[in-house]
Design a protein around this ligand. Structure first.
Ligand code: ATP
Ligand code: MG
Length: 380
């Protein structure tokens, strides 16, 4: 365990995420020292726009079929009428409809490269807004019906998909690989079919398969029969959608893309990589995570970002939660009123404590090289 009081920020590097925290003589890493550490310069390749800056609606895209999320009544009555016409399998999956009228995240809760959002929006909007364009001619057999989000664990893939649900105006039905295994034990094929039929009823709809490697693992000779059956059924349903007007768009997410069956990768030809955040992105994520906290004058987020190389968004969240809990634990009530302060103030020492216990989640070398190889094959 490195001595946190000796931790020194890692020098600026474009490839900072791969570097371990350095060890140095500086007694307090959170103390800004402008001679040693310059503010992070604006990068040209990421986060050019502020995180809360959602996309401007594309005026060329008709939005007549999209939901107006503020029209809650219409949304709820539509779901009720759909539920009434659902079979038992579809009804069990209805819990997976991402309810964007409540607390779902939107893009302002995610700090992510803007081009990733643009790419994701473009591919889903094209398929769901203009199904008519895929009814004839050269596009008839060439509709992009799916996309894959992949990257290391904790990098915000699920968060991004839910943000897309909130901001795209399309309904989203979320099913995880584990769901299909657990809820649907014994009759997974029926649930798989139901996922597609329900998604059609919700049209225009994004069918989001989280932890897709759970269902879409490559077929191997040693697989259990039902596992292969599930995958085959899924592919059958997927192909069966053809380019019909109400077919859903399939969005898959995984941190093990190299485990996916090639047949799945062919059907989801758009592969979107979400990597471990850069130092600039870490700073943005920290800003988002701490936006409702009071920070002491000794907190310097650019420095904290530099002290956390290889940390994913999820690691940063754990770091902030640990720091906030440490703060609460050390709060003392006012000796006169007996009351605790109405708001906490996070200080440098809380983060120094958190940095000791929350480390970057590291993939094992084999997983890293598999992910790397997949990324290179995908043209990244
Ligand atoms: N880019 C980000 N911006 C803001 N918060 C983030 C970001 N990435 C991760 N987080 C935080 O980490 C949490 C976990 O992220 P999420 O579950 O989306 O990761 P994931 O990529 O889906 O991981 P896994 O591959 O394990 O499923 C989020 O709820 C959020 O608090
Ligand atoms: Mg996830």
């Amino acid at each position: 365990m490195p001595d946190i009081n000796r931790l020194q920020p890692v020098p600026e590097s474009t490839d900072d995420t791969k570097r371990p925290p350095g060890d140095g003589p500086d007694p307090d890493p959170m103390m800004p020292d402008t001679n040693r550490l310059q503010p992070v310069p604006e990068s040209t390749d990421d986060t050019k726009r502020p995180p809360g800056d959602g996309p401007d609606p594309d005026p060329t895209m008709p939005d007549t079929k999209r939901w107006k999320w503020d029209d809650r009544e219409r949304y709820e009555s539509k779901l009720k009428s759909i539920e009434a016409g659902c079979n038992q399998y579809e009804q069990k999956l209805m819990g997976g409809i991402v309810n964007t009228t409540n607390i779902s995240p939107n893009y302002s809760d995610i700090h992510i490269n803007r081009t990733v959002i643009d790419q994701l929006e473009r591919v889903t909007a094209l398929a769901l807004n203009r199904p008519d364009a895929f009814q004839y001619g050269v596009l008839r057999r060439n509709k992009v019906t799916g996309a894959l989000l992949y990257g290391p664990p904790g990098t915000g893939k699920t968060l991004l998909a839910r943000g897309l649900a909130k901001q795209s105006g399309f309904l989203m039905l979320e099913v995880t690989g584990a769901d299909i295994f657990q809820k649907c034990w014994g009759e997974p094929e029926k649930y798989i079919k139901a996922a597609f039929t329900l998604a059609r009823k919700l049209s225009p709809c994004i069918l989001f398969i989280d932890e897709a490697d759970g269902i879409f693992g490559a077929r191997k000779s040693g697989d259990r029969k039902h596992q292969r059956g599930m995958l085959n059924q899924f592919l059958l349903e997927w192909d069966g959608m053809g380019s019909s007007m109400d077919s859903p768009f399939l969005l898959l997410s995984t941190n093990r893309p190299f485990d996916l069956d090639p047949a799945v990768l062919r059907r989801a030809p758009v592969h979107i990589h979400i990597d471990i955040p850069t130092v600039h992105q870490r700073q943005g994520i920290l800003q988002l995570l701490l936006k409702h906290e009071d920070l002491g004058p000794d907190i310097n987020l650019p420095i904290l970002a530099r002290l956390t190389p290889s940390y994913t968004g999820s690691d940063l969240k754990n770091l902030c939660v640990t720091a906030a809990l440490a703060c609460v634990e050390t709060e003392v009530p006012d000796p006169v009123t007996g009351e605790y302060p109405s708001r906490r103030t996070l200080q440098r020492r809380h983060f120094n404590f958190a940095l000791k216990s929350v480390r970057a989640t590291t993939l094992n070398p084999k997983q890293l090289s598999q992910l790397d190889a997949f990324h290179r094959r995908a043209g990244g």
